[in-house]
Design a protein around this ligand. Structure first.
Ligand code: DGJ
Length: 619
C-alpha cells in the first residue's frame, strides 16, 4: 500500500492509518478479519514506518475469553474485546453499536469490514446539506475508509486539522440493495479508549441558566448526554470533555468531543467489562427512524474530537482554534464585532420610532456602534401571543418603515440591525390563518404550544421558499448590517406531510441550514447572531452560519459567570454574545455595580441591552 507523507500516514500492509496533527496522533488499523481496530488517540507518535513501530500500543488479547468467538478458525478473536472505530449488532460485541439497521429481510446483524481507502487533500464537504468544517490549503487532510457488508456500504471520513490538534469524523451509509433499509442508529464517530480513570464533564442547564459545568466519574455502565427537543438545547450542550482524573487547568490529559449539528444530538460514554471507554456521538437515536431506499445514502453530521495533555486550558485552546479557523466563516469571521445596543430589555414590545432614535442617540454618545431593533416591529405583535409569521412592518410603530428608521439610525453614525424569528408562527397571525397546515401539528388533535407559537415545517420546500422570499424582502428594504435570528420553542406533535415523524427532526435541521444558506449566502455583509431563547441552540452547526450566538436570556453577571465559563471550555469568546443590562437584574432581581456587569459582558462579544437614557451621569 503506497504511503503518502504529510498529515496522514498509511502504515504497513494491514494497513494502519495514522492521522498526525501538530501535537496529537490518532491511529487505527485494519485487523486480520477486516475490522477497524482503534490503537491510539493521544500524544504525537512521530513517523511510523511499519506495524512494529506501533505494535506496543495495540491492546493485547488473551488467547482465552468467555465471549463469542468471531470465527472458529481464530479462537482468540472476540469483537467484545477489540477497541473499534465502528461497531454493529449481532457479532459478539455487546457494547453500544455505532450502526444499527433493520435489513429488508428483518435482520439486524451487521459485520462491516474494510474494503479500501482514499486520501484527499484538505476537507471533503458533506454532500447532503450539513455544514462541515473548512480549511485553507495545507491545514488539513482527509482519509476516506470504505467498509461493506453485503449490500450495505459504510464510508468513514476522518479529517485531521493539524494546528488545532483536532480530528473530525463522519459516516455515510449507502444502501446498494433492492429493498429498503431502516436506520435506527448511525453514529458520526466511535472511539474505544483504554480506561485511564476518567471524569466526564458536561455543560447542562435550562432556559436562562445554560451550560453549567458538571463533573462525574466514569464508572461501569453508560452515561448519555443528549437532546430530544429538536434543538441542540439549553439542557445539554453537545460538547463534552473526558478528563483523566486529576487533570487541572494546565496539566493532565483531556479529550473534547462535539458535533457540528443543531438538532437532536447524542453522546454516549460506556465503560465496558474490559476497561475500555467507548465514546460515541451522532444524531440522537431516540425518535430517529430513517428509511434508506434502494440506492440512497445517508450522511451523518460531523463529529469533532480533540486531545491535549496540557489540561483544560490546552484542550480549550485546541477547540477555540478549531472553531475560529475551521467553523466560523465569512466576512465577519476575523473582524472585530461592533458594540451593539439591543432594544429588548429596555422597551420589550413597546416600540415607537421616537424612543428608539432617542436611545440610539444616547447610545452613540456612549460608544455604541450598532443599534439593534429586537422583537415587536412587525405584524400585530404587541406581546408574544400574535404576529409571528407576518413579516411586514407595523406602520403604527414605525410610520416610515424599516428604511426610515434605519436611515435615521445611520445618520447618527450607527449601523442598524434587526431581530427576526422566521421558523415560527403564532396561531393568531395572517400566515397561520392562510396556511394552518404549514405548522408542525398532528391532524385533528389540539397542538401543544410553546410561547403561544408553533414551528413551521421546514422539511417542506414551499415553506422554505416562502421564508426565504419574505426575509429577502425585509433585508433588502433597509440598510441592515446585522440580524439576530431567534427561535423560541422546542418541538412537539411531530407530523409532516413531507416525511415520517422519525425523519422530521433531522430533515428540519437540513431545511434550516438550507434557509440560512439561501438568505445569508447572497448577503455576506450581514453579521448574523443566532439565538434560541438565549442559548437553546449554541452549537457548531449554527456557528457555521452565525459568527456569534446570544448565550443566555439571563444577563445577571453573577449567573453569567457560570454560563460563560461553561461555554468557554468549548467555544471562543468571539462567539459568545454578552450584554450589559440594567440593575437589579430582570431575571434574578440581583443588584450589581455597572463595573461588574461590564467586566463580565466584556469577556464575550460586548453589547448593551438597557435604556441608556436611564443611566446616571456618573454611570
Ligand atoms: C428571546 C431572546 O433570547 C431575547 O433576547 C429576545 O430577543 C426575545 N426572544 C424577544 O422575543
Amino acid at each position: 500500500m503506497p504511503s503518502k507523507p504529510g498529515l496522514i500516514e498509511v502504515v504497513g500492509t494491514e494497513p494502519a492509518f495514522h492521522l498526525r496533527a501538530d501535537g496529537v496522533s490518532y491511529l487505527f488499523r485494519v485487523t486480520r478479519h477486516g475490522h477497524l481496530e482503534h490503537v491510539h488517540f493521544g500524544p504525537a507518535l512521530g513517523h511510523l514506518e511499519a506495524a512494529a513501530d506501533y505494535e506496543p500500543l495495540v491492546v493485547k488479547q488473551a488467547s482465552g475469553h468467555s465471549g463469542v468467538t468471531y470465527t472458529e478458525s481464530d479462537p482468540g478473536y472476540c469483537l467484545d474485546y477489540v477497541p473499534q472505530e465502528v461497531s454493529g449488532l449481532g457479532k459478539g460485541d455487546y457494547r453500544l453499536p455505532s450502526v444499527e439497521v433493520r435489513l429488508p429481510d428483518g435482520g439486524t446483524t451487521t459485520d462491516l469490514r474494510y474494503v479500501g481507502h482514499t486520501l484527499h487533500e484538505g476537507v471533503v464537504p458533506c454532500q447532503d446539506g450539513l455544514p462541515t468544517a473548512i480549511a485553507e490549503p495545507g491545514q488539513a487532510a482527509t482519509l476516506e475508509v470504505r467498509l461493506a457488508d453485503g449490500d450495505l456500504e459504510l464510508t468513514l471520513f476522518y479529517t485531521v486539522f493539524a494546528a488545532a490538534n483536532t480530528v473530525t469524523r463522519r459516516t455515510v451509509l449507502t444502501n446498494n440493495g433492492a429493498g429498503p433499509v431502516a436506520i435506527r442508529r448511525l453514529m458520526s464517530q466511535q472511539v474505544d479508549l483504554p480506561d485511564r480513570g476518567f471524569d466526564l464533564v458536561t455543560f447542562d442547564g435550562a432556559w436562562a441558566a445554560e451550560t453549567h459545568r458538571h463533573v462525574r466519574a466514569v464508572g461501569r455502565g453508560i452515561y448519555i448526554n443528549s437532546s430530544a427537543t429538536g434543538f441542540s438545547s439549553n439542557r445539554h450542550n453537545p460538547g463534552v470533555l473526558l478528563a483523566r482524573r486529576g487533570a487541572g487547568e494546565d496539566h493532565g490529559e483531556v479529550y473534547g468531543f462535539n458535533l457540528v449539528y443543531s438538532g437532536n444530538h447524542y453522546t454516549a460514554v460506556e465503560l465496558s467489562h474490559r476497561e475500555q471507554v467507548r465514546v460515541q456521538s451522532g444524531i440522537n437515536p431516540v425518535g430517529f427512524d430513517w428509511t434508506l431506499g434502494s440506492g440512497e445514502r445517508f450522511e451523518t453530521p460531523e463529529a469533532v474530537l480533540s486531545y491535549s495533555s496540557d489540561g483544560f486550558n490546552g484542550l480549550s485552546a485546541n477547540l477555540h482554534a478549531f472553531v475560529g479557523d475551521h467553523i466560523v466563516r465569512g466576512e465577519w469571521a476575523d473582524r472585530p464585532r461592533p458594540v451593539l445596543l439591543n432594544s429588548w430589555e429596555a422597551v420589550s414590545f413597546d416600540i415607537n420610532e421616537r424612543n428608539l432614535i432617542a436611545m440610539a442617540r444616547q447610545g452613540k454618545r456612549l460608544g455604541v456602534e450598532l443599534f439593534v431593533l429586537d422583537d415587536g416591529w412587525f405584524g400585530d405583535r404587541n406581546d408574544d401571543r400574535a404576529g409571528l409569521g407576518d413579516w411586514d412592518v407595523n406602520p403604527k410603530k414605525l410610520p416610515d418603515g424599516l428604511g426610515g428608521l434605519a436611515s435615521k439610525v445611520r445618520d447618527l453614525g450607527l449601523d442598524f440591525g434587526l431581530w427576526v424569528e422566521p421558523e415560527m408562527v403564532n396561531p393568531d397571525s395572517k400566515l397561520y390563518r392562510e396556511h394552518p397546515d404549514w405548522a408542525i401539528q398532528l391532524p385533528g388533535r389540539e397542538p401543544s404550544l410553546g410561547r403561544h407559537q408553533l414551528v413551521l415545517d421546514l422539511t417542506r420546500p414551499e415553506i422554505r421558499d416562502h421564508i426565504v422570499a419574505e426575509l429577502s424582502t425585509v433585508l433588502d428594504s433597509a440598510p441592515i448590517s446585522y440580524v439576530k435570528w431567534d427561535s423560541n420553542r422546542t418541538f412537539s406533535d411531530l407530523y409532516s406531510t413531507a416525511c415520517p415523524a422519525g425523519e422530521l427532526p433531522h430533515r428540519y435541521v437540513l431545511g434550516l441550514y438550507d434557509v440560512l444558506r439561501r438568505v445569508f449566502g447572497p448577503r455576506p455583509q450581514i453579521l448574523l447572531e443566532s439565538c434560541a431563547s438565549g442559548g437553546n441552540r449554541f452549537d457548531l452547526g449554527m456557528l457555521c452560519f452565525s459568527p456569534q450566538v446570544w448565550a443566555s436570556d439571563c444577563t445577571d453577571p453573577i449567573e453569567r459567570l457560570a454560563i460563560q465559563l461553561g461555554l468557554s471550555y468549548l467555544y471562543p469568546p468571539s462567539t459568545i454574545g454578552a450584554h450589559v443590562t440594567a440593575s437589579p437584574s430582570e431575571q434574578t432581581l440581583r443588584a450589581t455595580p455597572l463595573s461588574t456587569r461590564f467586566n463580565v459582558a466584556a469577556i464575550g462579544v460586548l453589547g448593551y441591552e438597557l435604556d441608556p437614557r436611564s443611566l446616571t451621569p456618573s454611570e
